[in-house]
Design a protein around this ligand. Structure first.
Ligand SMILES: *[C@@H]1O[C@H](CO)[C@@H](O)[C@H](O)[C@H]1NC(C)=O
Ligand SMILES: *[C@@H]1O[C@H](CO)[C@@H](O)[C@H](O)[C@H]1NC(C)=O
Ligand SMILES: *[C@@H]1O[C@H](CO)[C@@H](O)[C@H](O)[C@H]1NC(C)=O
Ligand SMILES: *[C@@H]1O[C@H](CO)[C@@H](O)[C@H](O)[C@H]1NC(C)=O
Ligand SMILES: *[C@@H]1O[C@H](CO)[C@@H](O)[C@H](O)[C@H]1NC(C)=O
Length: 364
């Protein structure tokens, strides 16, 4: 059994069993990405904000240096683009120029949330509503290129849409009581239901712009990030009340996935849920069995667990980056991103995705 597990991990890490996607054209004509910094790759570079990653050590393991990603190298979307057969990463909306929009765009923005005010104390960010407006512009441009609404919807319905919001609505809103009043106005349950209600209408708006194959991120264990541990947990254990809140969000998000998939007026659409919570907890609770050594402190940053401040410009990060789960106070390393992207693309455990993995979603 041990040998089998090691073998599986070996495949996971090194991708030795490569299905046919390595040759030929991508499995989908385009890939659109919406969300927060967990996959931001540069949309914040030109904004006035503290939530930026255009300086080293971010991107330290890229041959060309920092790229705006909050990671040492590749993030989730970079891996997913590879698995889907794209030859290069999906470009950020902020730097798109018309010639590349047909392959998809990345609208993600650090500090952004489902709610408008989320992340406000960090400066400018592109909220989900604004990302949807940017997407609307993209769809209009695609219509110009393809010559009409019908050919555009035929084209877009084959594309893959990946959405990841919610973490910041807790991290940079509900649990920052000195800046936001949401926790005095709502219980966690009420706040979570409001988030899901707003998320539902935003997702339906995306459906109206042509999205039919949609993956939604379940939230990771936000209470285990070095940031939250530096605020609440001197004994380096995950912060339970924060994890309880994000688990509640995940519970309602999964119900939303059922509801959307059951809705007969959403024709030809399929929504899936990606279980980042349990996949991350598996590593955090048993780091060595997936090749990690440090899961309760960030590879770079300052303060308790390197979690009080994110990586400082030109700070020297940890050297054995493959052994760290967290890159900075909030974001995972490439090593962790590789596992999460691999297991949501092709599920390893049936709890990794619901009800389908990305590989099967894009074949529909
Ligand atoms: C448009 O973007 C692509 C890919 O990012 C780049 O290769 C190309 O040079 C750009 N074209 C112009 C006209 O800026
Ligand atoms: C860690 O600290 C938290 C809160 O301070 C406490 O609830 C928890 O029981 C502690 N865990 C351990 C293992 O000591
Ligand atoms: C959706 O349909 C499935 C079976 O098709 C059912 O088990 C589930 O309860 C339904 N969920 C909702 C939220 O309607
Ligand atoms: C089903 O989808 C439509 C949009 O096409 C939406 O207006 C309606 O509220 C949805 N119904 C449910 C039960 O979610
Ligand atoms: C699948 O994942 C669940 C949730 O993390 C875990 O409880 C279960 O042990 C896993 N099963 C296997 C076979 O790894």
């Amino acid at each position: 059994m041990a040998t089998y597990c090691e073998f599986v991990m070996f495949i996971l890490f090194y991708g030795f069993i490569l299905p046919t996607w390595v040759v030929g054209k991508p499995q989908v004509p385009c890939y659109f990405i919406f969300g927060d910094s967990l996959v931001d790759n540069g949309n914040n570079n030109r904004l006035v904000t503290f939530a930026k990653a255009i300086y080293l050590p971010h991107g330290i393991d890229f041959s060309s240096g920092s790229s705006g990603r909050f990671c040492n190298v590749r993030n989730f979307a970079d891996f997913m683009a590879e698995y889907l057969g794209f030859t290069s990463p999906i470009p950020p909306f902020a730097f798109s120029n018309g010639s590349n929009i047909l392959l998809g765009l990345n609208y993600k923005s650090a500090a952004a949330g489902i709610r408008h005010e989320t992340g406000r104390h960090l400066g400018d960010r592109i909220t989900f509503d604004q990302q949807l407006q940017n997407h609307k512009l993209t769809v209009l441009s695609i219509r110009d290129v393809l010559g009409g609404p019908e050919s555009t919807s035929t084209y877009l319905q084959k594309c893959f849409y990946h959405i990841g919001f919610g973490s910041n609505d807790y991290l940079y809103n509900y649990f920052i009581t000195s800046v936001y009043d949401t926790s005095s106005r709502f219980t966690v349950e009420e706040f979570t239901k409001l988030l899901i209600q707003q998320y539902r209408s935003q997702i339906l708006e995306l459906y109206n712009y042509g999205a039919r194959k949609v993956a939604l991120n379940g939230l990771g264990p936000v209470g285990c990030t070095p940031y939250e541990m530096s605020r609440y947990s001197s004994n380096k254990t995950c912060v339970e009340h924060i994890n309880t809140a994000v688990k509640l969000f995940n519970h309602y998000l999964k119900l939303l996935v059922d509801e959307l998939n059951n809705n007969t007026s959403l024709q030809n659409a399929k929504f899936i849920y990606l279980n980042f919570y349990d996949m991350s907890m598996e590593v955090i609770q048993q780091p060595s069995s997936s090749g990690f050594r440090v899961v309760n402190s960030a590879c770079c940053g300052m303060g308790l667990n390197n979690g009080a401040l994110t990586c400082l410009p030109f700070e020297v990060p940890c050297l054995d980056r493959n052994k760290y789960f967290f890159w900075d106070a909030y974001h995972s390393t490439e090593a962790a991103n590789k596992i999460a992207s691999r297991r949501t693309y092709q599920a390893l455990n049936e709890s990794d995705v619901y009800p389908l993995d990305i590989y099967h979603l894009v074949q529909l």
